[in-house]
Ligand binder design. Structure first.
Ligand SMILES: *Cc1c(COP(=O)(O)O)cnc(C)c1O
Length: 368
């Protein structure tokens, strides 16, 4: 039986059944908030748990289609660049498909994410200044393009600008939301290069066209203040996209100073209702902790950006409290150890000689 993204094979790039690779991606839970919604008076707040994809992020929807397409085209290997989640997803699906995978890592990519790619068996290179200096980035891209043409391999990067076929897999997030919540009013989406955001815009536009649905949710682009390449365009405080000299956010996965899909987003927006929101890194870390402690949802910082954006929008009165609202939780808590250390460290875990001696103390603390 077809599952996950392959349920929507008629709405995405066609792949023959023998090339479809699946590891359980997609069909992720849409969980209703138990506490955070009530606190701000939202009756229908939902979290789309993309952190529960097989490699721990929504990038698996991209990798499943990108790798299947490489198989269908008879490619010999997959080449990629990544700061973390794209590489982990491609490495997993390449392993399943029996394809070799070479990944050029952004200088300073979090080791947890790098380790995951290595465990899946990908060939990894961390390149000095890659993702930091333009000249280095250009050289890496040129070399990968040469390798791809000379050795019949496919260069896959999670943006429409580079991988328009694979990215269609990400549109299935919108299809799943549309199918489950027929009256969804607002969707909050984090953005780095904007490929995910564009996928949600295109996914809803496609759904409306194919299903004659009247659905027209507002799609919010949420970015950290230190990486405002798209959000100010979406709320119309800026007219043209501008690349940044450097990204100053600390949120792993959202440090994308170049424009990638910004221009394509501009061309797409007449078909959707859009808005843009900026949040501080501190707000994001706060909501990462709140998601864990109020909802039981374990995500990396990038996974809490959408909720931080919703909170900012709600405080500006932009959210109808009765209508369904969805926040995408894009990546798993296990991904970023350094960020977890902001919430809880080894020193926070008490080591005691006997439990008896601490019983009274526990009673005071917990049952007071
Ligand atoms: C890649 C990623 C994003 C952002 O996606 P873009 O397409 O670069 O905008 C958000 N959250 C997580 C967890 C990611 O891995």
């Amino acid at each position: 039986m077809l599952k996950g993204i392959w349920t929507y094979r008629e709405l995405i790039h066609p792949i023959a059944p023998e090339f479809q690779v699946a590891l359980g991606e997609g069909n992720t839970p849409l969980v209703k908030a138990r506490n955070i919604g009530n606190k701000i008076g939202l009756e229908n707040l939902y979290f789309k748990l993309e952190n529960l994809n097989p490699s721990g992020s929504y990038k698996d929807r991209f990798a499943a289609l990108a790798v299947a397409n490489c198989l269908q085209q008879g490619k010999k290997a997959i080449l990629a660049t990544s700061s973390g989640n794209t590489g982990a997803a491609l490495a997993a699906y390449a392993a399943a498909a029996g394809l070799k995978c070479i990944i050029c890592l952004v200088d300073g990519a979090p080791f947890g994410k790098v380790q995951q790619m290595g465990v899946y068996g990908a060939e990894l290179l961390m390149i000095k200044d890659f993702g930091i200096s333009d000249s280095c980035t250009i050289e890496v891209m040129e070399t990968l393009r040469e390798l791809a043409t000379e050795h019949d391999s496919s260069l896959e990067i999670s943006a429409y600008k580079f991988s328009p076929i694979g990215m269609q897999g990400v549109q299935t997030i919108a299809f799943e939301i549309a199918e489950e919540l027929e009256d969804v009013d607002q969707v909050f989406v984090p953005a780095g290069g904007g490929g995910l955001y564009l996928s949600i815009l295109r996914g809803f536009a496609k759904w409306k066209a194919h299903k004659q649905s009247g659905l027209n949710p507002t799609i919010h682009c949420v970015q950290p203040e230190g990486n405002d390449t798209i959000a100010s365009l979406m709320n119309r405080s800026r007219k043209e996209p501008v690349a940044l000299p450097t990204s100053t956010t600390k949120i792993s996965g959202l440090q994308v100073s170049s424009l990638l899909d910004a221009e394509a987003i501009m061309e797409q927006t007449p078909f959707n209702d859009t808005d843009g929101i900026l949040v501080s890194d501190e707000e994001v870390f706060y909501y990462q902790k709140l998601l864990a402690q109020e909802e039981g949802i374990y995500c990396e910082p990038a996974g809490a950006v959408a909720l931080a954006g919703l909170m900012a929008a709600a405080s500006l009165g932009k959210v109808d409290p009765k209508k369904p609202v969805v926040c995408l939780v894009t990546g798993h808590g296990f991904k970023d150890q350094q960020a977890l250390n902001k919430i809880y460290t080894q020193q926070d875990c008490r080591y005691v000689d006997t439990v008896k001696q601490t019983k009274e103390e526990l009673v005071k603390k917990i049952y007071k």
